[in-house]
Write a protein that binds this ligand. Structure first.
Ligand SMILES: *Cc1c(COP(=O)(O)O)cnc(C)c1O
Length: 456
């Protein structure tokens, strides 16, 4: 078999990329007040802002869109999706939502109460927000290796079982269920092992608590298990994913990730009473139970996407993409979070820009420089996102200054990633010239989306 890992698809429909000059980009970035979120996407050459809902659908999915049945109740499109979800997850009840956060909202409304604590490897930001709005505490208990960016460990998405046990031993009455995010998005797209899921499940079961997965990237996680976990290489990804789902009692899902669609999500559960509760609420906030927050055509596209994402040729290429860019960056002397995750590569901005102090927001400055240098849009995961201005005017800063390059599914080709590596490695040579930034205007919540900045 040839060793080259290639894009396992041909391109039928293309979108032109607008090429801008550095001078144009300088003007556009100034107009955007040095905030990449404020750029227009057609002024971006390589858009690595997020992998959420940005993927390309297949010809088969576009065909399925025409098959969508838009009946208000009892649409065959729902039953088609229900069959696929059941065959992959084994869960009895499917509750479709418009995206992942709506499924999270339903889950915490029906299964948690104010004062509860939810353990997770790391809550994604919308999950944390939904936990906190419910008056609960989102407790992140990642394995200790997850906090060491340079340490290569195959399963940095594992949950720290010792700390879960300590929580359950002292405060089991406050824990309604355990969660696990696959892969751990906020922790670098890192996978959890089957062994860790199994032990977590057994621990929760000892205290009579269910396990709910945040399954957004379940297929990428299953492929990592096949590649890295002892005794798993000969199993199919579908079998591995099936076993992981079988160890839990339900899941929330953003179909904008491993559902391979541009919008969609669901909550899936085994428990009849909980599912009934969820549907009661679904009718109020999303829609009738056989469409939830989606059109019939969306349900069809998702039913196909969930099958396509389990294609091992696709997953091998998918995980190789991040690894490929990571290797080129490391060879060029650029520090990244290692090993690379499933959907993204994270640059270590503190290492890239050692001359900038935290109050000059090095990771944010690096996202601006990436756009100026090569038209690349990335997202800051540093002190603009996670720091705060306190009421007394003091500033707090994040523990790590990272820049995430997240990859839309089936959208960019190998030469796009070669280009990205070239731009970033060249930028590293003149990193000393990159200035810091300061925040000119900000809102009290989620300030990174709208902030206006100046060069410091
Ligand atoms: C994207 C994401 C969500 C939220 O899903 P949306 O579809 O954006 O609402 C939840 N958890 C994880 C891990 C995610 O990556």
């Amino acid at each position: 078999m040839p060793r080259t890992i290639f894009e396992p698809f041909r391109i039928k429909s293309v979108e032109p990329i607008r090429v801008t000059t550095r001078d144009e980009r300088k003007g556009l970035l100034d107009q955007a007040r040095l905030n990449p979120f404020r750029l227009h996407s057609d002024d971006v050459l390589l858009d690595f802002l997020t992998d959420s809902g940005t993927g390309a659908m297949s010809a088969h999915q576009w065909g399925a869109i025409m098959e969508g049945d838009e009946s208000y109740a009892g649409s065959p499109s729902f039953f088609r999706l229900e069959k696929v979800v059941r065959s992959i997850t084994g869960y009895k009840h499917l509750i479709p939502t418009h995206q992942g956060r709506a499924a999270e909202h339903l889950l915490f409304e029906i299964a948690a109460k104010p004062g509860d604590v939810i353990p997770n490897n790391t809550h994604f930001d919308t999950t944390r927000a939904n936990v906190e709005v419910r008056g609960c505490e989102a407790r992140d208990l990642p394995t200790p290796e997850a906090l060491k960016p340079r340490e290569r460990h195959p399963f940095k998405g594992n949950i720290d079982l010792a700390r879960v046990e300590a929580l359950l031993s002292s405060e089991a009455h406050r824990v309604p269920f355990g969660m696990l995010t696959l892969t751990n998005n906020s922790g670098g797209g890192q996978p959890a092992s089957i062994e860790n899921v199994r032990a977590y499940k057994a621990l929760l079961a000892r205290f009579g608590k269910p396990l709910i997965l945040d399954a957004c990237r379940f297929a990428e996680n299953a492929m990592f298990v096949k590649q890295r976990e002892k005794g798993q290489a000969e199993r199919s990804v579908r079998e591995i994913a099936g076993e992981i789902f079988s160890l839990a009692d339900g899941c929330t899902m953003s179909a904008k990730k491993d559902g391979m669609v541009n919008i969609g999500g669901f909550l899936a559960l085994n428990d009849d009473a909980l599912a009934e509760e969820a549907r009661r609420l679904l009718v109020l906030t999303e829609g009738f139970p056989t469409y939830g927050g989606l059109a019939g055509r969306d349900l069809e596209a998702l039913a196909v996407g969930l099958e396509e994402v389990l294609d091992e040729q696709y997953l091998r290429y998918r995980l190789r993409t991040a690894e490929f860019l990571g290797e080129k960056l490391l060879a060029g002397g650029v520090a990244i979070v290692e090993p690379t995750g499933g959907h993204a590569v994270y640059l270590d901005a503190r290492d890239f820009l050692p001359h900038l102090a935290p109050e000059q927001y090095p990771a944010w400055a690096l996202t601006c420089a990436l756009y100026l240098e090569g038209g690349i849009r990335a997202v800051e995961i540093g002190s603009v996102m996670f720091g705060k201005r306190l009421p007394d005017g003091r500033e707090t800063y994040a523990p790590l200054e990272l820049v995430r390059l997240a990859f839309p599914r089936r959208v960019y080709t190998q030469s796009h990633f070669e280009l990205a590596a070239e731009v970033i490695v060249e930028l590293k040579q003149k990193a000393r010239e990159i200035r810091g930034v300061r925040i000119a205007k900000q809102s009290p919540h989620l300030r990174h989306f709208t902030a206006e900045l100046d060069w410091a």
